[in-house]
Design a binder for this molecule. Structure first.
Ligand SMILES: Nc1ncnc2c1ncn2[C@@H]1O[C@H](COP(=O)(O)OP(=O)(O)O)[C@@H](O)[C@H]1O
Ligand SMILES: [Mg+2]
Length: 368
């Protein structure tokens, strides 16, 4: 096991595409880091540079304290698990598990021990003599994991390993991977476009967009204090709603007045907000931070219900704001009807403020 350190890493492909821009992060020995971001943001390229499958244009990558920029992939002591399992179709499960060990001339007794250990961890007993085509998708993915585990590498790299599984199996395998990580305590870097995977599995998350790091933080910090509008919108199962407006001074007090979308939303602001007055043009409110209210509350506003989605544990209310719809997630004990006008209250301590350029404005007690 080992620490991994990326220092100002760039990747420029021959055709001029700059896929990774000045990426730096550190991963402590034994921790589980997730790189998350939309398709094409440079996740795979970053992982392939760590594995040594892609040259680094600029910057350094260190593993266990040594710069590995020019170390051959096979000498980096890393195991990578891909989305498309990449099992050998003509070999049995046992053959697939043993292959890398045989190539490395690992003694037979040691090979047996490691295969037995991986078989136990991944519950592959009874499958060892089957060929990949005789396995389900979930079983194949477990064999692919097993092939990485038997190598006992210093670092595990995972590139969207659950993407080919159906939703239920994905959830199960996610939990399985967490359990394995607790058992193995292996330094792991896991790449995904799925923010739920990132939130549920990571000790630390690196959010990327267009080749650049947007924020590095533990899961709850990303959720509670997103560094910018991109992270705010990306993290969260139902995305954050954004409202444009102006900070105005009326009768001696500051108010944020919604202007962009025509929602009658006005929020009274606290004292310490005044020094940033005029810079806030955008607020963000997560769907789960609205509650059903009435006219009497100064943080409430009326909306017309356009769509009602009943999920059982919660009900999603879509209401018009500007050219689109915003979403409030409310307790299911209240089921409004389409076309009805309801009052929503904003939980004031949960409102996020952003500068015009999208950067977060830190406001501890922004709203009175
Ligand atoms: N071999 C290559 N040559 C040129 N551009 C590439 C190559 N591989 C990837 N890219 C580009 O680099 C960017 C990042 O790709 P990738 O790392 O695969 O993204 P992700 O894994 O986040 O979806 C994309 O714009 C992609 O088209
Ligand atoms: Mg990728």
């Amino acid at each position: 096991m080992a620490d991994v350190l990326l220092n100002n890493v760039w990747k420029r492909f021959d055709d001029g595409t700059v896929a990774v821009k000045d990426v730096s992060f550190e991963l402590k020995d034994g921790s589980f880091l997730v790189i998350v971001g939309p398709s094409g943001c440079g996740k795979t390229t970053t992982l392939r540079m760590i594995a040594g499958l892609e040259m680094i244009t600029e910057g350094t990558i260190s593993i266990g304290g040594c710069v590995v920029n020019s170390v051959h992939p096979k000498d980096r002591d890393i195991a990578m698990v891909f989305q498309n399992y990449a099992l050998y179709p003509h070999m049995t499960v046992r053959g697939n598990l043993e292959f890398a060990l045989k190539m490395r001339k690992t003694p037979k007794e040691e090979r047996k021990r490691r295969v037995a250990e991986a078989t136990r961890m991944l519950k592959l007993n009874g499958l060892l003599d089957r060929k990949p085509k005789q396995l389900s998708g979930g079983q194949r993915q477990r064999v692919a994991l097993g092939r990485a585990i038997v190598r006992e590498p210093r670092v595990f790299l995972f590139d969207e390993p659950l993407s080919n599984l159906d939703a239920k199996l994905r959830t199960q395998t996610r939990a399985e991977l967490q359990r394995l990580h607790h058992e193995l305590k292996a330094t792991s870097i896991y790449v995904t476009h799925d923010q739920v995977e990132a939130m549920t599995m990571a000790d630390m998350i690196v959010v990327m967009n267009e080749g650049e790091v947007q924020q590095i933080a533990p899961p709850m910090e990303l959720y509670e204090r997103p560094a910018n509008r991109f992270v705010a919108g990306f993290i969260g199962t139902v995305g954050m709603n954004f409202f444009e407006g102006l900070v105005l001074k009326e009768n001696g007090t500051h108010r944020f007045v919604e202007q962009g979308t025509g929602v009658a939303l006005t929020l009274p602001l606290g004292e310490n907000f005044s020094d940033r007055m005029g810079t806030a043009r955008l607020i963000g409110i997560r769907p789960e931070h609205f509650v059903i209210s009435d006219q009497s509350d100064q943080c409430s506003f009326p909306v017309t219900v356009k769509v009602v989605e009943t999920l059982g544990s919660q009900t999603l209310i879509h209401f018009p704001s500007g050219n689109g719809l915003s979403i409030a997630s409310i307790y299911p004990d209240h089921q409004p009807l389409c076309g009805e006008t309801i009052w929503l209250r904003v939980l004031p301590e949960r409102v996020h403020f952003f500068e015009t350029d999208g950067l977060r404005i830190e406001t501890t007690t922004a709203i009175v």
